[in-house]
Design a protein around this ligand. Sequence first.
Ligand SMILES: [Ca+2]
Ligand SMILES: [Ca+2]
Length: 324
Amino acid sequence: MSRPHRRLLAWTVLGTIAAAILLSPWSAQSFSGGLGDADISFGGCTCHLSGQGGTSGGGTITMWASDLNPRVGEGVQVRVNVTMVELSGNSLVGVFLLRDFTGGDLDRPSTDGWRIEADPNGGRNSYVERTLPGTGIEVSLPWSLTAPISPGTYRLFARSQHGGGATYYEDDAAGLEFSVFTVAPLVPNLVGVRAWASEDPRAGGEVVLYGEFFANASADVTGFDAAFLVDGTSVGVLENLTIPMQRSRTFSLAWRAPSEGEYDLIVRVDSGGAIGEASEEDNEATTAFTVLPPPPRDLPGFEVLEALIAILAVALVVRRRRGR
Ligand SMILES: [Ca+2]
Ligand SMILES: [Ca+2]
């Protein structure tokens, strides 16, 4: 570049900056040559917000987040898409990630406890610059953030600016609202789902008694018992049981029914009180079941008949010999 050309360029740059300072209230951050990526605030601009995914002027800026309801301290991807209808000569666009428009250091996301893990250019800044490939072409600027460690409602805004100088200056903004929540460990609860007995039990025969339970818990529930009661009397206790979290499991016990009739079955989980639960009132599964009369005696089988015939035959032979 020749010396006159350099001088012309320098004056153009200075003139552009001067014009921007004179013409724009947020001119300190207009950038004919760019500000450079930085962890900076927008600087107290009182411009209006165009709304969620909004547009204003000739450009478009939209925001997208991987999760609007993250847990405290959870990673969140925030993507800011920018399209410009007009561009200044250097095609440079700057985008701020902000918590509000109050300006000063307080408008940075870090004020609310957001942590910037990576900005679109690989740094950890709230403000980045990109050279756009052209007007009407969208560029996507992804930030990796860690959500604040306190639950609550938080907002993030993206604001773009470009151009600078007397001829062109534009400002667009978009915002997203986040509900950051905390997850306290669930107080475990074992719940009786249902109880039943094997089909058509008969007096003197074996009945299998069943109880199904659900573990509403954020960890597997282990080391509890299940007591089986028939008509209020314990007929057996299973020890050292486990139900995986958010699962149900069926426990069973064989019992010999003494006589026919109606019976009540209660299967009570954690009867020994090993688990402190959200509710101790819902630990039973109950049912009524009927025991049928004993089965009728079987008719003699062939083996018995054959044995009887053999005995008769022997008896006949013996009698004949005696009769001689
Ligand atoms: Ca319970
Ligand atoms: Ca308990």
